[in-house]
Design a protein around this ligand. Structure first.
Ligand code: UDP
Ligand code: MG
Length: 327
């Protein structure tokens, strides 16, 4: 006698996943969950999931995610082994998610979860991606706003991919876009650029970026600079070309100086000019080191990528019967 097949009720299709990277967000997470939950229920009934990714927090974030998951079966918790950074935490969440549409959003309520309704409507009209475009940035320092504005404009000039200015990672994406994104293997991830690269119908949704609900930014200057370098090296080889042109200009200047030195030698004035000589030597040494540095930046990334290590490591996955995604 063959074994009796136990009929299983089919998994209800998940229509919406909300992916939330969290790093020391204990103060925000409950408020975020309450607002996101209502917004999700309005749109998708109970065919939604909220995927919290704990990016190696040192505060109470993970226990809070656990208790949210115990209270709400729609909460999925992903605990990474250590802090991998915002972009990789988001990637881990995207790889865990399985909704037909996926909203990527921060935990700090700077981007209002209620906007998912407007994004959803634009998706219904045929968009593949709806990205939040910031019309104002409340509560952020003058320095942060100025550097972000400069960065986006610089990046736009340097890349072949049209990465929209004044946008973050706050966006809703169709499943097919998320699947493509998940299949892109690079470790140094600049998600908003990668999504732009994918193409399809990408539409903006203007909104006002509010101040953090609680806590402080998890993007100090150092992380911001590394992020900017990832963005530029990931999407542009302009700095490498620039290195070549700087080298060429320096070589031409050197040729001119050589002529000057030769004339000086002919006229017998060889000792004077020590200061200018030192200036020239240090200048060209500086140029060479800078150019080498640019090349090194790309080479370093090549070494990193060639190791093909996993992008992130998941310690625990709760509230989900799926297998731990392997990056
Ligand atoms: N974040 C993270 N890992 C990090 C840094 C930040 O998962 O190493 C999360 C953080 O918890 C937040 C989001 O990424 O949900 C954006 O960070 P933050 O709000 O500090 O950045 P800002 O809005 O100041 O640029
Ligand atoms: Mg923030």
């Amino acid at each position: 006698m063959s074994a009796v097949e136990i009929p299983r009720s089919p998994q209800p299709a998940c229509r919406l996943s909300v992916v939330v990277p969290c790093f020391n967000e204990a103060e925000c997470i409950e408020a975020f969950h309450a607002r996101a939950k209502s917004a999700c229920e309005l749109l998708a009934g109970d065919a939604y999931e909220i995927v919290f990714v704990d990016d190696g927090s040192r505060d109470n974030t993970w226990p809070l995610i656990q208790s949210l998951a115990a209270a709400n079966p729609r909460v999925v918790g992903v605990k990474l082994m250590r802090n991998h950074g915002h972009q990789l935490a988001a990637t881990a969440g995207l790889q865990t998610s399985r909704g037909q549409r996926v909203l990527l959003i921060d935990a700090d309520l700077q981007d209002p979860p209620e906007l998912m309704g407007d994004m959803w409507a634009l998706m219904d009209k045929g968009a593949d991606v709806v990205y939040g475009k910031r019309t104002s940035r409340e509560g952020e320092s003058w320095f942060k706003r100025a550097s972000a504005s400069l960065f986006y404009r610089l990046l736009m000039r340097m890349t072949d991919v049209a990465i929209p200015v004044d946008t973050g990672d706050f966006r809703m994406m169709d499943r097919k876009v998320v699947d493509i994104l998940n299949s892109m293997p690079e470790h140094h991830r600049f998600l908003r650029g990668m999504v732009s690269w994918i193409g399809g119908r990408q539409v903006p949704l203007n909104y006002e970026r509010l101040s953090r609900f609680a806590g402080r930014t998890k993007y100090p200057l150092k992380k911001m600079v590394l992020f900017a370098v990832d963005a530029i090296t990931g999407f542009s080889i302009v700095p490498l070309r620039l290195a070549f042109w700087i080298g060429l200009v320096a070589a031409m200047m050197a040729a001119g100086l050589l002529a000057y030195v030769f004339i000086g030698w002919l006229s017998g004035e060889t000792v004077v000019g020590w200061t200018s000589m030192m200036a020239v030597i240090t200048f060209f040494a500086g140029v060479q080191l800078a150019v080498l540095g640019v090349i090194g930046e790309y080479l370093g990334r090549l070494v990193h990528e060639s190791k093909r290590r996993p992008m992130f490591l998941i310690e625990t996955l709760i509230g989900s019967d799926r297998e731990i995604p392997r990056s």
